[in-house]
Design a protein around this ligand. Structure first.
Ligand code: SF4
Length: 194
């Protein structure tokens, strides 16, 4: 869906099948820690905007989760709401910020310890990636095929292999070249909704 049809309440459901691993790890990290660091909020927040989450729903989504942790509602409004409105072009330069492409996520601003952003195919070591893939239940053999692709440096192709495995399709059936996390989402929704 696009154009503000996605609500905060739909995100868990959508994340299960249609989010690429980079966004799934941000979503799960947010649910687990009730917090994401700045670059994680940027990468994930802009992705959510582009799947159709309105500003109002975004504020609700982030505030609900953050205030389950140590951040009280007042602090949220003072420290975090600005950045969310900013991402929607409602503050500062009022630019309409675009979500990050795979290339941007893979090549710039590598995550440090404790950061949730980045591309897991590029930025997680093999053991960590293996663990993340096992949560997707694509089978050991398929996981190892993905990891081999990663070792050759083909991160987006590896991610596209995961797309094919999790959607039960062959390469010919969804033969797009993966360039963007939002493209992953849209192609997935297209397959699911027909
Ligand atoms: Fe995200 Fe792109 Fe990496 Fe896939 S290849 S996890 S969509 S950045």
């Amino acid at each position: 869906p696009t154009g503000g049809q996605v609500t905060a309440a739909m995100i868990d459901m959508l994340s299960k099948k249609s989010f690429p691993l980079c966004m799934l790890q941000l979503h799960d990290g947010l649910r687990r820690d009730h917090h994401l660091r700045h670059w994680g909020r940027m990468q994930y927040g802009l992705f959510l905007k582009a799947i159709g989450l309105s500003l109002e729903e975004a504020l609700k989504f982030w505030k609900d989760e953050f205030t389950k942790g140590p951040i009280d509602p007042d602090k949220f409004d003072k420290q975090y709401a600005y950045n969310i409105r900013h991402n929607y072009g409602k503050e500062g330069k009022r630019a309409d910020y675009t979500p990050y492409s795979c290339l941007k996520i893979i090549t710039s601003n590598a995550p440090g310890p404790g950061d949730g952003h980045g591309c897991p195919f590029r930025h997680s070591d093999s053991d960590m990636l293996r663990q993340k893939l096992s949560n997707l239940k694509i089978g050991k053999e398929n996981s190892e095929a993905v990891i081999s692709k990663v070792k050759e440096g083909h991160y987006q192709i590896a991610c596209k292999m995961v797309f094919n495995f999790t959607h039960g399709i062959q390469e010919e059936e969804a033969s797009f070249a993966l360039q963007h996390p939002n493209q992953y989402f849209e192609e997935s929704q297209r397959l699911i909704n027909g």
